[in-house]
Design a protein around this ligand. Sequence first.
Ligand code: GLN
Length: 485
Amino acid sequence: MELYEKNAWELSEMLKSKEISSAELTRSVFDRIKSVEDKVDAYLTLNEENAIETASEIDKKRLAGDQLSDLAGIPVGIKDNISTKGLRTTCASKMLENYVPPFNATVMDKMTNAGAVITGKLNMDEFAMGSSTENSYFKPTRNPFDTERIPGGSSGGSAASVAACEAVVSLGSDTGGSIRQPASYCGVVGLKPTYGSVSRYGLVAFASSLDQIGPLGRCVKDVAMVQSVIAGHDGMDATSAYREYPDYAAALNADIDGLRIGLPKEYFGEGIDPFVKQSVLNAVKEMEKQGAVVKEISLPSTDYALSSYYIISSAEASSNLARYDGVRYGFRAENYDGLVDMYERTRSEGFGDEVKRRIMLGTFVLSSGFYDAYYKKAKLLQRRILGEFTSQFRDVDVIATPTVPTTAFKIGENTDDPLKMYATDICTVTVNIAGLPAISVPCAYDEKGLPAGLQLIGNKFTEQTLLNAAYAYECISGGFRKPEL
Ligand code: GLN
């Protein structure tokens, strides 16, 4: 087995015992990138020279006997909407094509302090708006299980790079499913943490009340390792929760005897592919055999989740994206006639179609004539959705659903039909609306060999319960299968 194929926790042990060096491991990952990246297109920017340098520094520290974290020396890929000091951060947009942040996101400070080796910046849908990574200004990313298909989105590069072993683990961001949905399509594990548990400082804002950074990896333990590093209170983020977080990886436990699992009937109805539905039900059966207690539940407002998500997220996006005006940073149109014309041309030329669609929708639902009819109603529904989850969590510990209604679709299949594209988020958006944590783990492969994911949703700040449940299932299912590339 090559070094680049191994999981982070195994590599961590090998590094600690000095069986391998981080420089050796990092070179192995870059060799892998060189051999498969032209098929996958996961990266927007590679950071090879710096990565090798960091790796060698970590090796020196280790030889000198320094106390290092579990992630020290592990190659990690970063979604391109997370600010990396000195390393281009484009959000896959023409608007930020040449933007090099003068500061690090808090998660980047945490990752670098932990000794992580940054491989580069990963492709995504422009400003994280999308479900397939086809909205990137630069190029689409391809699903390593079938390169004619999408890897999901918006963190498509984060999921595809990990599945193709072009990074050991990665960071993504999730506003309505963007970590879990690509994780499901690419057969990897992805965790969307509780809102407020990971700092958003330095994450380029899409919808600030929903956005959350989280880890992707090829196994649950790797995801737990990264989450332990990035979780924590941050004074730079006013929505950051003030509390202590456990070492999730150290506390990982596959004992699910007595775990109460809820199956919400609304997530298994119309629109869910029969194969996906059956695979999720089979996964839950397996967990039942290990002592979990399963009961059917109902979350009746699920029907309204997509509309309220697209209203709230677009409203916030329209306001957040007002800063790209051609004045402070980023792209500015070349030819214009006065200030207003400069704004107009800069925004018309700098943003792609989907981003413009969201800005227009968002501006509309916030406008004085329509605010009550749309935005206010969506916020009321948000409260109802959260209330339904809260009351269910009195009786169950986790809620099990499909992550996505189908396996990965073909590149180009949904590009002309935004509503069809939005519908792929039906199982994931409720979690962001309610600020909850959720994890996606691979649970089956269809007859074409494409992965399907099981989503486990937990109550606020119950990441450990989710990771344990996912770990227990992974022990049964055998976990990640490497795609042929
Ligand atoms: N697909 C959803 C959207 O387009 C979610 C995106 C995300 O989570 N960043 O809004």
